[in-house]
Ligand binder design. Sequence first.
Ligand code: TMP
Length: 201
Amino acid sequence: MNKGLFITFEGADGCGKTTQMNLLKDYLIQNGYEVVLTREPGAKGLGEQLREILLNYDGEVADRCESFLFLADRAQNIETIVIPSIKQGKIVLCDRHIDSTVAYQGYGRGLDLDEINYLNNIATGGIKPDLTYVFDVDVETSAKRVGDEKDRMESAGKEFFNRVRNGYLELAQKEPKRIKVIDSTRSIEEVFQDVIKEFRK
Ligand code: TMP
């Protein structure tokens, strides 16, 4: 099935992953590849409505409910966008995926990691990214980049984001072949050079 490539972009809010994803998209298109961009939550249609709830609902949201909404969006993204595109030989670039749920709902909210891995596996049908970038920035830098206008997830506080960051770094240690950590406190150009280097590898 795996004719194309599946690459995911991860990191705390304000880490610069979306900028890097767009730069890689332009680079790949210039080099003759067919590229599909998607994101979690909220690639299109139903996903966009789930994103609206997840980021902007202002009542109580139970941690497990939050996880299931992210997972529901993931199942939709994988089945309607990722798998068909990979089958057509395209390179799929996805802004956030399974590791976000491990980092945010697992390390951040404190839900059981084995349970999250199990549920992630159900949501994706067992498909895993070929390559994952984690754009690493300290909590102060990411808070500065996000600014004062925060959505529901971005309002979680410094301790939460410290746990999220550590979660990503631990994940990268567990899966060093798939997950590449990139120091994203540097300039956009410097970070992008590392993005290309890892892609070429
Ligand atoms: P972003 O699209 O701006 O990166 O925002 C998505 C937000 O949702 C971000 O704060 C991370 C959060 N998130 C989770 O908590 N769990 C998940 O599984 C995913 C995909 C995102």
